[in-house]
Design a protein around this ligand. Sequence first.
Ligand SMILES: Nc1ncnc2c1ncn2[C@@H]1O[C@H](COP(=O)(O)OP(=O)(O)OP(=O)(O)O)[C@@H](O)[C@H]1O
Ligand SMILES: [Mg+2]
Length: 456
Amino acid sequence: MTAKHKATVLIVDDDQGHRTILLALINGWGYKAAGADDGTKAVTLAREKPFDLILMDVRMADMGGIEALKEIKAYNPSIPILIMTAYSNVESAVEAIKAGAYDYLTKPLDFDVLRLTMERALEHVSLKAENQELRQRLVSSFDPKNIVGRSEAMRRLMETVAMVAPSEATVLITGQSGTGKELIAKAIHFNSPRKNGPLVTVNCAALSETLLESELFGHEKGAFTGADKRREGRFMQANKGTIFLDEIGEISSAMQAKLLRVIQEREIQRVGSDNALRVDVRIVAATNRDLKAEVEAGRFRQDLYYRLNVMTLTVPPLRDRGEDVPLLAMHFLHKFAEANRKVAKGFTPQAMDMLLKYDWPGNVRELENAVERAVVLMPGDFVTEKELPLSVNQEKAHEEQNANQLIERGPAEILPLEAVEREAILAALEVTGGNKTEAAKQLGITRKTLLAKLQR
Ligand SMILES: Nc1ncnc2c1ncn2[C@@H]1O[C@H](COP(=O)(O)OP(=O)(O)OP(=O)(O)O)[C@@H](O)[C@H]1O
Ligand SMILES: [Mg+2]
């Protein structure tokens, strides 16, 4: 830890004399130390305050050190815990390491060793955090320049994003499917003070009610059939970061009630547990439904709607921002050309015209897919109208439709046999210039039969 931030240390020991010495010593080394005299208090304190390091005695009257360690690790897996144990009790040290302790120290403590071990533990954590941050930057494709758009609507939207991102406010993102709601959610997270924390995405529509509850809040071992281990929920994973609840309009009314509680109390309960756990998350939700209409129809709780709706961002459909189409098309062209190792210089004027005329019901995602397909198909350096899907290439679609209609007309349209016969005879007479013998030959009947039919 650097000088700009004094690392905080929690000392857990039921021996008051020992605790006092450690407090004085550790504060003297430039840390900010606090004490707890048993495991239960340690768990409570660690839950209230995010300590950087915990120093924990094993044998304590109330809750033992290892049990406390497990409790703390369960909701804060990254906190380093150093165990202090008597030399005669090294088995407990092994058990502690297995349960996730960073290291152990034997008593009586060698203070130089203690100091070094503490420094190492803190450095380890900050390195790990840095790595995580780096990894996250690589994994997330988010970068403001990846959000393409020069239209008035997009510019205004990005201004609002810049305004709400730094706050803690819950944000609701609405917009049709494929408009870029998830991208906006990422923009909010990575422009917020929580950007170094996790961004956890949950698609609420993808899971059944029971699964969604345990996915979001976690469950205890044995909470239901198949729950053979305790499981951390997505809310806890998002601690100190942002949770993105996608397709929020799809959740059941029971889940709506549970979610409302989390938003109000910032506490969650694992399935199968009565304990409330504090969680520090920012909530961003998205839906392609009109939530207000859902509220009016009685399908969505009004109180939850108000909680979510603190800040609403609406991503406009692509057809309302036509000037973004060429920009987005070029953006995706470069992206997929690179991915497919192809040279792609642009679109022919006819192809671009079609992109501009089309109304994009599937929005940016549909455009992205159309361009990806075109890049794969294109033989030259430019995307032509031939590589565009039928939905976009209306002319080609019409031609094909006509062709299909011609093929379909015969079997589809049923005429009485007599009429068909009449048409055939007239056609034969026409092509043969009225020559009955020739006409009969072409029709595959005798001249006599033809004459009889003509009579009729
Ligand atoms: N302005 C933009 N600039 C660049 N890429 C974009 C933009 N908007 C959307 N995209 C891309 O379009 C695709 C769809 O966007 P996204 O998944 O964010 O949409 P969505 O609104 O969440 O859709 P759905 O409602 O279907 O989940 C993604 O690949 C995204 O990267
Ligand atoms: Mg989405």
